[in-house]
Each structure stands twice: as C-alpha cells, then as structure tokens.
Design a protein around this ligand. Structure first.
Ligand code: 4NP
Length: 167
C-alpha cells in the first residue's frame, strides 16, 4: 500500500546559490509541480557571498526560455537545521559535496543525529558516476543551457527513481 502522506523534501546546494542550485530548484519545482509526495523544496549555497541576492540574470533568462517564469529566490547559506529538515541535500559538484559532508559531520559530532542524505545530484541520471553540474559563473551564456540540461536530466531521474516510487 502506498502512503501519499509521506513527503520527500529536497535542498539543492552550490557555492553561491545564484546560478546552479536555483536553476535546479526552479526546474525541479516545475517538473514536480505539486506532486503529493514532494515536500519542501529549497536551495542554498555553501558560501554567504550572495546572501539575499536574486538568481543570476542568466539563470533567470534560461529558466524563462524554457517556460519557467514564476521562480523567485533570495540566496541564503546552508544552515545546521537543513540537515535535520531535508530528506535529500543535493550537491552540484564535488567541492559542495565535501563541504556538506564536513558540515554534517560537525553537527553529528555534537551529538545531533541528522536525517539528510547528502549526495551529488548527478548520482541520479549522470552519464558517469558523480557527474558534476558545470560551474557556469565565469563562462559563456551557453554554460547556463548546459546546466539546465543537466539539472533537468537529474531531476527527472530522481523523481522517477525515488519520489514517484516511494511507499
Ligand atoms: P553558483 O555559481 O555556485 O552556481 O551560484 C557561482 C556564483 C558566484 C561565484 C561562483 C560561482 N562567485 O565566485 O562569486
């Protein structure tokens, strides 16, 4: 028997929380719509440099080009309670992943058991193990289209493999 009251919450994490993780959040929200098994969805950065800034214009433009026009976000840094509140925390690259693991270990060594599964997002739907979402910040606009393709592929795989099949 399936229990649709069980909701899966997801946090997407990159460095600045203005390019990759907002793209992932916007795409994931759009694909999942208001599916009954999807709980809180948010994004954050390991760094605090861009706190409260909106997503990069190139992220917004890419989302809009793909019909996602209602996404709004203010950047924030990852916090301790994220490890208690989210079921999955998805790192965009290996640096983010290592930082998140270190933060989680620090919380747990204080004696607080956490529930979050910290993973590289590309573990779902990656063309190779641990496929990293490319960092488009300093590159050409085409990098943002590549990020869009990656996070769409990973989101669809995660939704199919975990969310839509969970009982
Ligand atoms: P994000 O991209 O981590 O995908 O949001 C970056 C945003 C800002 C910087 C680097 C990457 N930065 O150096 O300020």
């Amino acid at each position: 028997m399936t229990d649709s009251s069980i909701k899966i919450s997801v946090l997407f994490v990159c460095l600045g929380n203005i390019c990759r993780s907002p793209m992932a959040e916007g795409v994931f929200r759009s694909l999942a719509k208001s599916h009954p098994r999807v709980g809180d969805v948010d994004s954050a950065g390991t760094g605090a440099y861009h706190t409260l800034n909106p997503p990069d214009d190139r992220t917004i433009d890419t989302l809009r080009r793909h019909g996602i026009i209602d996404y709004d976000h203010g950047a924030r840094q990852v916090r301790t309670k994220d490890f208690h509140e989210f079921d999955y925390i998805f790192a965009m690259d290996a640096y983010n992943f290592n930082d998140l693991q270190r933060l989680q270990r620090r919380v747990e060594t204080r004696g607080q058991k956490t529930k979050a599964k910290v993973m590289i997002f590309g573990d779902f739907g990656g063309r190779r193990k641990g496929e990293e979402v490319i960092d488009p910040y300093y590159g050409a606009d085409s990098g943002f289209e590549e990020v869009y393709e990656q996070v769409t592929r990973f989101s669809k795989n995660f939704l199919e493999q975990v969310v839509y099949t969970s009982t």
